[in-house]
Design a protein around this ligand. Structure first.
Ligand code: NAI
Ligand code: 15L
Length: 277
């Protein structure tokens, strides 16, 4: 039998004001006696006596240090979550993840669940099936920042023993919105299962796992993360008729060609009034 991970005392959730943060703020309650929720945006009052609310800009090293102090595990969702000019991504995602891991090292955090993204591998074609060992092919500055985050996780495990599960989340929304998401959709219930397994499975080292539900035509093979025991329960199939009633994109449209969809065609920034830096 595998050893159990020690029980958590204080769990930190970053990005708690965002779309997935609002879901996990509710659904991770009870995993630790204290849930500390953090974001640069307002989160309102604590939901209950077990919750601590912390406002923090991930670009501010001292503030991140204070945010992490006293926590023993982190679910890191905070940061820029779409393609944006490099300077914005640099502050929140690249400097931000450095500040987070440095604070984790200083304060003895042993486990991080990092919201990476499918945009780390966005330039693979939709006709390809890949696993976690496939060479990364980021599809923009945002994808590059997530790729950097995965390398940060790998380094901090090798050097300091801090374990991370990097979740290459597909598209986690209440329902799949288009044809691409029929492949990439991750239900909220499956997201919660994945986060819980990522927090409590012993000996994960640095594990990379794709976050998708049990959709019919998956692009991603999770055999390299089988030790997590993630078994998605949902599927995009119930939305197929509704989604396929939408007009189909042209066959050479990036949304129909690449796994990263429209992200592969965004930018450059700063060259035209339509794409300001
Ligand atoms: P979101 O954009 O709704 O939430 C991100 C949160 O990070 C926001 O509340 C924002 O205020 C906060 N944030 C931004 N800059 C910050 C800074 N400098 N300091 C502190 N907080 C800052 O994104 P969503 O959809 O909730 O995604 C959560 C995480 O999961 C993100 O890291 C995103 O990249 C990742 N992800 C999400 C996917 C999805 O389908 N929802 C797919 C792949 C990855
Ligand atoms: C992401 O990484 C984004 O954070 C999310 O908003 C979606 O765009 C998702 O990828 C996706 O690829 O559908």
């Amino acid at each position: 039998m595998q050893a159990q991970t020690p029980p958590l005392q204080r769990l930190l959730l970053t990005g708690a004001a965002g779309g997935l943060g609002q879901v996990l703020r509710q659904r991770l309650r009870g995993l630790a006696p204290v849930l500390r929720v953090s974001d640069i945006a307002g989160m309102g009052a604590p939901l209950d006596a077990q919750e601590e609310v912390n406002t923090c800009d991930l670009a501010d090293k001292q503030a991140v240090d204070a945010m992490v102090a006293g926590c023993d595990a982190i679910v890191h969702l905070g940061g820029v979550s779409v393609e944006r000019p490099f300077e914005e991504v640099l502050e929140a995602n690249i400097k931000g993840i450095f500040h987070l891991y440095e604070a984790a090292r200083r304060h003895g955090v042993k486990r991080i669940v990092f919201a990476s993204s499918n945009h780390v591998i966005g330039f693979y074609k939709q006709s390809e099936k890949i696993d976690a060992n496939a060479r990364r092919r980021p599809d923009g500055y945002y994808g590059l920042s997530k790729s950097f985050g995965e390398d940060m996780a790998s380094f901090y495990f090798d050097r300091y023993g801090i374990e991370t599960v990097s979740l290459r989340i597909g598209s986690s929304f209440p329902e799949p919105k288009d044809r691409r998401m029929m492949h990439s959709w991750l239900s909220y219930d499956d997201l919660v299962q994945l986060v819980e397994k990522s927090l409590f499975t012993p000996n994960v080292g640095h594990t990379v796992v794709y976050g998708a539900s049990a959709n019919r035509d998956l692009w991603w093979d999770n055999h390299a993360a089988a030790h997590l025991g993630f078994v998605p329960k949902d599927s995009s199939e119930p939305w197929r008729a509704q989604v396929e009633a939408q007009p189909a994109p042209a066959v050479n449209d990036p949304v129909a060609v690449y796994q990263g969809g429209a992200f592969t065609a965004q930018g450059p920034f700063g060259d035209t009034p339509e794409q300001p830096a």
